[in-house]
Write a protein that binds this ligand. Structure first.
Ligand code: BTN
Length: 227
């Protein structure tokens, strides 16, 4: 496994797509990418990292790797009582501290996955996001960027070595750390909306939402809490 360390890069995900079996870290990003085509603020002080896996998997398996990565971050931030909001936001004190963006290159049945993780550690959260986002230094003034990065790498490596054989156990642990199961939610994906109570995450990583209209499975999208 190779390790790349940048002072600044456009996007660690963009770079990681060009290499294999590598961990990419940058102190800052000039065009950090978020989910759903958004930007990810990438001021110095955060962790901006991407992992390019050394194996290819079917595209349909990518949500599992994404969930697994959220669990790795959640474990790494255990001291802060981190929880996971489906599909892959990590929360501390109910506010977003980390986001994950999985991308792939290749084919439907043989995709190389890049998992990108951003964590607010010592960077300041922009004022406009303060009610929804948090940076770890707000709850731990001594928090260190390298320590958070190291812990995430350790947990990713533990979990990836257990994948896919122990997917069942990984999913169970994910559910225990879930902040979403049991909540009333509205999930939107490309203009389609599913509203109801989140009752489970199934073996594919899909969110199961129950409403008067029945039971629906959402495989991806943006989740809002409605209570
Ligand atoms: C989200 O929208 O919640 C996902 C944010 C993912 C950001 C990380 S930072 C490192 C990696 N490189 C990127 O350009 N994006 C991801």
């Amino acid at each position: 496994e190779r390790y790349y360390h940048f002072d600044e890069v456009d996007s660690t995900n963009r770079f990681a797509k060009e290499v294999s079996n590598a961990v990419v870290f940058s102190e800052s990003q000039s065009s950090g990418r978020g989910r759903l085509g958004r930007r990810w603020e990438s001021e110095r002080g955060g962790v901006y990292m991407s992992l390019s896996l050394n194996m290819t998997i079917p595209v349909s398996e990518i949500p599992k790797v994404t969930l697994l990565s959220g669990l790795a971050v959640c474990r790494a931030l255990e001291d802060y009582g981190a929880r996971i909001k489906w599909p892959n936001d990590v929360l501390v004190g109910g506010k977003k501290v980390s986001g994950i963006l999985s991308e792939f290159v290749g084919e439907e049945m043989a995709a190389k996955v890049v998992v990108g993780i951003g964590v607010n550690v010592r960077n300041r959260v922009p004022d406009a996001l303060r009610d929804r986002a948090i940076s770890l230094h707000e709850v731990d003034e001594n928090v260190r960027i390298t320590e958070i990065f190291t812990r995430i790498c350790e947990q990713l490596s533990n979990l990836l070595s257990a994948f896919p054989q122990k997917w069942g156990e990984i999913l169970e642990e994910w559910k225990r750390l879930s902040d979403t199961i049991g909540r009333e939610v509205r999930v939107s994906l490309y203009g389609e909306e599913v509203v109801g109570k989140a009752v489970d995450v199934d073996a594919d990583g899909g969110l199961i939402v129950v409403s008067g209209e029945g039971r629906r499975k959402v495989i991806s999208g943006e989740c809002f809490y409605t209570n």
